[in-house]
Design a binder for this molecule. Structure first.
Ligand code: FES
Length: 350
């Protein structure tokens, strides 16, 4: 077991300056972001990761996570793309108020929706603004490897396709390596499970990435797990917010318990983490000085997802987890408190 040092819990925010703003579609803008020079090293990122922003709001501040669409291999600055959402407090504030020169607070890059090791092909299913982390992965894979890549990208219509020119350019430049299937609902109807299943034929060995609207993600994840095997690694990226009622299932109820400690596994190391009443498992781990993956700390981003190998927890919110995640025993550490006295073992190396 490792020696633990107590420290204060909670994410750290840094100032970024918006260097440029670009219209991508009538409803989506890209924002190019630059950290303070002395903090540049803190903002090195892996393709597919995201930043959590602290956004001014009439009731104080709200936290929102947005994926990076840039790839460090060919772009000097971080870029996010944000699409307007009905009643979306964070996305609409960014679209309405942020211009070149605006300063905005964000956490360091985080997230597990990153390129897998090895040379397996990649199959990506994206919908709408879900293209944002996917295009980052695609650029990196095409420019820096020989991996074959297939993208199925669904949108309402031609006008709502984000990064259309970039994707067309990649399809031309990497014609032998990149298969690009654009899907417009107004011409072909919504993507169905049969369509997804057909697109995956011949890509059984691929690593799977899915990002988009909740119903598309659930359908694609369930279809591909059933077709390619439940053990298949399928990475999904879902950001939800209090604005998003549909993605807000009831919290998992449970009886609150207060063990003295719990077991935690991270990067091959085992820790016995002291636990105080009322703490979340993430707060206990952070207080103990363990640098577990986390970002929003509010149950929106899924970064703190871990496998509950034993014990039971009560989660204040499960909205960043898919049904399949929950069935596999995954929990959000930032939302979890012990529910019974059964010994808890939380594994981040799942
Ligand atoms: S840190 Fe974002 S969901 Fe837990």
């Amino acid at each position: 077991m490792n020696e633990l040092v107590e420290k204060v819990a909670g994410p750290t925010y840094y100032w970024l300056t918006v260097k440029a703003v670009r219209d991508e579609t009538p409803a989506a803008k890209s924002f190019v972001l630059v950290p303070e020079r002395r903090e540049e090293a803190l903002f090195r990122y892996r393709p597919g990761q995201f930043l959590t922003f602290r956004i001014p709001h009439e009731n104080g501040q709200i936290m929102r996570s947005y994926s990076l669409s840039s790839a460090a291999c060919n772009e000097p600055h971080m870029t996010i793309c944000v699409k307007r959402v009905d009643e979306g407090r964070g996305s609409n504030w960014l679209n309405d108020h942020v211009t070149a020169g605006t300063r905005i607070e964000a956490t360091q890059p985080a997230g597990r929706f990153v390129l897998s090791d090895g040379d397996a092909p990649l199959l990506l299913i994206a919908g709408g603004s879900g293209i944002t982390p996917c295009i980052s992965l695609i650029k990196q894979a095409l420019i820096e490897s020989d991996r074959n890549v297939k993208l199925v990208y669904a949108n309402k219509n031609e006008a709502s396709v984000i990064y259309r020119e970039t994707l067309d350019g990649l399809a031309n430049r990497f014609a032998d390596q990149f298969t690009y299937q654009r899907w417009h609902d107004d011409a072909r109807g919504f993507l169905t499970a049969e369509d997804i299943g057909a697109e995956a034929v011949g890509w059984e060995a691929a690593d799977i990435y899915i990002c988009g609207p909740e119903p598309l993600m659930d359908m694609a994840e369930n279809t591909l797990a059933a077709q390619l095997g439940q053990e298949k690694t399928i990475l999904t990226e879902r950001f939800v917010s209090p604005d998003d009622e549909a993605a807000n299932p009831a919290p998992v109820a449970g009886f609150a318990a207060s063990p003295c400690s719990f077991r935690l596994t991270l990067d091959g190391e085992d820790y016995e983490v002291p636990y105080r009443p009322e703490q979340t498992l993430l707060e206990a781990a952070t207080t103990a000085g363990i640098d577990v993956p986390s970002s929003c700390t509010e149950g929106h981003c899924g970064t703190c997802m871990a496998w509950l190998r034993s014990g039971e927890v009560s989660m204040a919110s499960t909205k960043a987890l898919s049904k399949r995640n929950i069935e596999r025993g995954l929990v959000l550490a930032c939302q979890s408190r012990p529910a019974t006295d059964a010994p808890i073992w939380l594994d981040f190396d799942f």
